[in-house]
Ligand binder design. Structure first.
Ligand code: NAP
Length: 351
């Protein structure tokens, strides 16, 4: 690792790494293949800085770029040095740099957007929509201009609405713009079910689709334990479904009330998704993505759905679900669509 200096500081930062030629070329390991650059916008914030640390564990990441606002130079420099020390302690040679110029996302493979106002206790994610839209729209416009082949990964809340704002403002392809969506909600439910059935979490598969918020929809019909659909298990009728979903819905709010912010859960979830893209893993995870008509013909909005994720981007998977689940999903979509349209109109007409 050799970089602890700002980009755009007048010091030209090349990507070339100079190495002693100590191994014959046929022994060059995959570690010497070109690796990815991940930029994090809003890196001075809580979720941005922890996500940077979590992402740095990914062996596909060669360069991490921390982006903040003008005025946060000292903070970003201190953060880069602290993270650099963690790489030294871990023994990895990830390079880290920082900038307060959005144009420096040029050349990034993934741009993770965490800039924005967080929820205060008692506030809903949707209360933030217009405020954060005004932060996300210009950032996305810049990414679309200077890094049109990158993938935008939206974290800022309300994440479904912000994913649409990023898609519209960047002008990028839908499969290159996605949001954290209900991935963490799905993982929270998976963990509760594993506790209930007293099995390892890897034995449980489940999904929550729809809004990352109050109208989220658990897909019980797509929930399995040990590969068996839960309705075929004797304990099915005893699952406290309502209570589990209440717990999932309120978990972010409870954490914010008790410690001010959610950090480690979303930070790890962000790192998982970055690894899924860069590792070309083709996993199906539940993220906010632009749907056309993949869920019973419902579409033209960004919302949490199962999507296949690989190096080319995020591709919603067409699904059939139970009637009551379709009804609930449709309601969730309409709620998000209305807010998205309002925010997009206000951003467009400068209200
Ligand atoms: P935070 O610690 O307050 O950090 C906010 C970040 O946004 C900082 O980097 C801040 O820069 C930047 N920022 C604030 N106002 C800005 C503006 N007007 N223009 C440009 N940048 C601005 O908040 P956080 O806890 O990290 O949360 C950040 C966002 O992520 C929030 O919207 C939150 O709701 C969301 N979030 C989403 C999930 C999810 O599951 N989707 C989970 C956690 C958090 P300065 O340091 O210069 O002020």
């Amino acid at each position: 690792m050799d970089v602890r200096r700002p980009r755009g500081s007048g010091v030209e930062e090349g990507r070339t790494r100079y190495r002693w030629n100590v191994v014959p070329t046929e022994d060059v390991s995959p570690r010497d293949q070109p690796m990815a650059t991940v930029a994090i916008i809003g890196a001075s914030g809580r979720i941005g800085s922890f996500a940077a640390h979590a992402i740095s564990h990914d062996p596909h990441v060669g360069d991490l770029l921390l982006i903040g606002r003008p005025g946060s130079e000292d903070h970003l420099d201190g953060l880069a040095r602290d993270l650099g020390d963690s790489f030294a302690a871990r023994g990895t040679d990830t390079r880290i740099s920082w900038s307060v110029e959005m144009d420096d996302v040029r050349g990034s493979d993934i741009v993770v957007c965490t800039s924005g106002i967080p929820r205060q206790p008692g506030q809903s994610r949707l209360d933030l929509a217009l405020q954060n839209g005004r932060i996300v729209a210009p950032a996305a416009e810049t990414i679309g201009r200077v890094a049109p082949d990158a993938i935008i990964f939206m974290v800022t809340n309300p994440v479904d609405v912000m994913t649409s704002v990023a898609l519209r403002s960047s002008g990028m392809r839908p499969e290159h713009v996605f949001g954290l969506g209900t991935h963490l909600d799905s993982m929270r439910l998976k963990s509760l079910l594993a506790d209930f059935f007293r099995v390892h979490v890897s034995e449980v598969h489940t999904r929550i689709i729809g809004e990352h918020g109050d109208s989220m929809v658990p897909l019980w019909s797509a929930t399995t334990v040990g590969g068996i659909t839960i309705s075929n298990l004797p304990a099915f009728t005893q699952i406290p479904m309502e209570e589990m979903i209440r717990t999932v819905k309120s978990s972010g709010e409870v954490i914010i009330r008790k410690r001010g912010a959610t950090t480690y859960g979303p930070g790890e979830a962000i790192a998982t998704l970055v690894r899924t893209v860069l590792g070309d893993e083709n996993r199906i995870l539940t993220v906010s993505s632009y749907i056309r008509q993949e869920v019973h013909g419902i579409g033209d909005v960004c919302i949490g759905v199962p999507a296949r994720i690989n190096r080319n981007g995020v591709f919603p998977v067409p699904i059939r679900i139970e009637e009551d689940e379709v009804r609930a999903f449709r309601e969730s979509v309409e709620k998000i669509r209305t807010i998205t349209q309002t925010v997009l109109e206000k951003l467009e007409f400068g209200d």
